[in-house]
Design a binder for this molecule. Structure first.
Ligand SMILES: O=C(O)CCC(=O)C(=O)O
Ligand SMILES: [Fe+2]
Length: 324
């Protein structure tokens, strides 16, 4: 998909058709030729491994409770409940780095603020911030392709939903699962926003639910796995699918993954696109029984509700009603 990634101008029509086919089919595709330096990813991988190798007590110096409503920092093994059960992973939560004078931070919006970086691996700060910049540009480029694939102007998203995007980034460590274990590293779920760009190491373990059943999405060198989230599903009335996926690390080694979430402006409402609102009659019900057309309100409200199911403690941090 390198043809897409000149950072300006419309993508070539063939790429847009490839995107359409992938989004109509599995909701997943690979992005290659993206221009994100391999050396940046290598460095991110090395420094992340150095962090996860620290004693838990040291990692807890930046535990998420220190991040307050910005919801940043470290969570230990078993602290995240993707499908109602503890995940077999630990991780670091990051997002766009926003200081106290940013209007969204001033307004007290949850999930906005400063990142927490580990003092023990100080180099991680620059590398994570560089990675956020690089992936933001890549995601905008992919969204140009998505826009053209929907017969919209190439800059439809950049001028609207992602002029001020919600950017979240995570680094996950999945310890090896014993072969007879039935716990998931990440339970079945869909992603919440517009699109996710996932870098994964070479251990594998990601699976995607297609019409024909669960299939592997194996690592391909220098490629990102891209999948669309609930907001593109909602915008297109189900024409494009946010597809359930899950992870189990059966490699016997430590698996790292780096999902980057590129989502609409926190304060935007995301009504269906007029021409796509009729939806997809044959698509059947969703994995979680939810009707994506049924909610009203901002993307931020949708996101907070989702995250607070995965991390019940978020309710206290942002004082949400118990029924979300
Ligand atoms: O670790 C992975 O490969 C996928 C993670 C994921 O699906 C997520 O964080 O939403
Ligand atoms: Fe996901």
């Amino acid at each position: 998909m390198s043809a897409l990634l000149g950072r300006a101008g419309p993508p070539v029509p063939e790429v847009a058709r490839d995107i359409e086919r992938a989004c109509r089919d599995s909701g997943f595709f690979y992005v290659v030729g993206h221009g994100v330096p391999a050396a940046l990813l290598d460095r991110l991988d090395t420094l992340s491994r150095r962090f996860f190798a620290l004693p838990v007590a040291g990692k807890m110096d930046i535990a998420m409770r220190h991040g307050g409503a910005a919801w940043r920092g470290y969570f230990p093994l078993g602290a995240e409940l993707t499908s109602g059960r503890p995940d077999r992973k630990e991780g670091l939560y990051f997002g766009a780095e926003l200081g106290e004078d940013d209007p969204r931070v001033r307004a007290g919006l949850p999930l906005h603020g400063r990142n927490l970086f580990p003092a023990q691996v100080p180099e991680l700060r620059t590398v994570v911030l560089d990675y956020l910049d690089a992936l933001t540009a890549t995601a905008q480029a992919v969204l140009r392709g998505v826009a053209v694939s929907l017969d919209l102007d190439a800059d439809y998203f950049a001028h609207g939903y992602t002029a001020d995007p919600t950017v979240l980034f995570r680094i996950f460590h999945y310890p090896p699962s014993p072969p007879d274990d039935d716990d998931w590293g990440v339970g079945e779920h869909t992603d919440y926003g517009l699109l996710t760009l996932l870098a994964q190491d070479d251990n594998g373990g990601l699976q995607v639910r297609t019409a024909g059943g669960w299939i592997d999405a194996p690592p391909i060198p220098d490629a990102f796995v891209c999948n669309i989230g609930d907001m593109l599903d909602r915008l297109t009335g189900g024409w494009y699918r946010s597809t359930p996926h899950r992870v189990r690390n059966l490699s016997g080694r430590d698996r790292l993954s780096f999902p980057f979430f590129f989502d609409p402006d926190f304060t935007a409402e995301v009504p269906p696109l007029p021409r796509r609102a009729s939806g997809d009659a044959d698509r059947g019900s969703r994995w979680d029984g939810q009707d994506l057309q049924a909610f009203s309100g901002t993307y931020g409200a949708y996101l907070i509700n989702k995250v607070s199911h995965v991390f019940p403690q978020l309710r206290q941090a942002v004082r949400l009603p118990a029924d979300g």
